[in-house]
Design a protein around this ligand. Structure first.
Ligand SMILES: [Fe+2]
Length: 373
């Protein structure tokens, strides 16, 4: 069904055997109102997730992390919950009121639980396999250029970059492979290069500071890493099409941005059996966008082989007060720990897809769900 242009659907109480209690209709209504207000996709399940997370934290950043509700949706649902006295603001903290707790009980919403494995942080990979690469990489990345808003930059924490490399190793996507990396503020090229596993690593990156940094380090360590300045809106240079076995990217999450990055990455691949990984969050990509991305990939012969939830955590970026969501947040505590996280997608080609290698003019940083740009 639609409500004023914003779609609200799914996850309704079934007529028989529903675990939903009396609070259900109210939660559906809150989801609809909030979706309408924010112009983003939300379901009643999102409101439930937020209420489940509100039972374990009073901090908005942890709430975003624990609920996995899109950030703009969180702002909008919280506004509804605050207006209706289910949540109250205390200083920079958010608390369920007595009424809010009652609502959770009536609707059968229990506190969110963390079942994350403490030794791999839920990533399912052991970065210990990288041996000394780990320390070397930590030393190198201490001198990296700082994240800037011009290119929507936010860096993976070093451990997550290393985990991504370990993941690729485990999938057979690095050893003796030619690797294309489009956008590498996460310095995956250097971590992967230090393993000496790939045959060739080519970085295409829009930020000259990062290109320069990668070149200097690659040169100093004698790594098989090249870096060139490249804007993803431009066609992939002809000589790079179908030259690679593996791609890596961490696209900006507007649908236009995602498809721009993924088009260039898929164009770079040789064909059937070639593979790649990228990050996709829940903070700026609703499940509707997830569906659209998955469909887009399937239509281009790329099958999703793996999704590892919460694989990547990001350092807080210095420009957070300028981000789009900031004025919409009901509270403004300084984020003290990394909170933004992305899920790792791996795709593998069944065939070489037909893709047009044309300039891209659509907006790549902004769409209705973009919150941190
Ligand atoms: Fe584990």
């Amino acid at each position: 069904m639609t409500a004023g242009g914003a779609e609200v659907s799914g996850y309704r109480p079934s007529s028989t055997g529903s675990r939903w209690g009396e609070g259900t209709e109210l939660i559906v209504e809150i989801a609809q109102r909030a979706a309408q207000q924010a112009g983003v996709f939300l379901t009643a399940r999102d409101v439930e997730r937020l209420l489940a997370a509100l039972q374990v934290t009073t901090n908005i950043w942890e709430l975003a992390q624990r609920s996995t509700v899109p950030l703009l949706g969180i702002c909008s649902v919280l506004r509804e919950l605050i207006d209706r006295n289910y949540v109250e603001v205390q200083g920079e903290r958010l608390r369920l009121t007595e009424m809010g707790e009652q609502l959770c009980r009536r609707a059968g919403i229990v506190p969110v639980r963390s079942v994350r494995c403490p030794s791999c942080h839920g990533r399912g990979v052991d970065i210990g396999v990288l041996g000394e690469v780990r320390d070397e990489f930590l030393k190198i990345s201490a001198d990296r250029p700082s994240a800037i808003r011009d290119y929507d930059q936010a860096y993976l924490v070093e451990e997550a970059s290393l985990a991504r490399v370990a993941f690729l190793l485990g999938k057979g996507d690095l050893e003796e492979r030619d690797v294309l990396i489009i956008g590498d503020d996460d310095l995956i090229s250097l971590a992967a290069g230090l393993t000496r596993a790939p045959r060739r690593i080519l970085v295409l990156e829009v930020d000259e500071r990062i290109v320069g940094f990668i070149r200097r380090v690659a040169d100093r360590y004698g790594l098989p890493v090249e870096a060139r300045v490249y804007n993803v809106c431009d066609p992939l240079p002809e000589e790079l099409c179908h030259e690679f076995d593996t791609f890596v990217c961490d696209p900006s999450e507007s649908f236009g941005g995602l498809t721009a990055f993924l088009t260039r990455c898929l164009l770079g691949l040789r064909g059937a059996g070639a593979a790649g990984v990228f990050g996709l969050s829940r903070h700026e990509a609703s499940l509707r966008k997830w569906r659209d991305v998955q469909r887009w990939l399937l239509e281009r012969e790329a099958v999703v082989t793996d999704i590892v939830a919460e694989f990547g955590q990001y350092h807080n970026w210095p420009y957070y007060r300028e981000m789009r969501a900031w004025p919409l947040l009901p509270v403004h505590p300084v984020p003290e720990r990394p909170w933004y996280q992305s899920c790792l997608y791996r795709v593998e080609l069944l065939d070489r897809p037909h893709l047009e290698n044309v300039p891209f003019s659509a907006e790549i940083f902004m769409d209705e769900e973009a919150a941190t740009f």
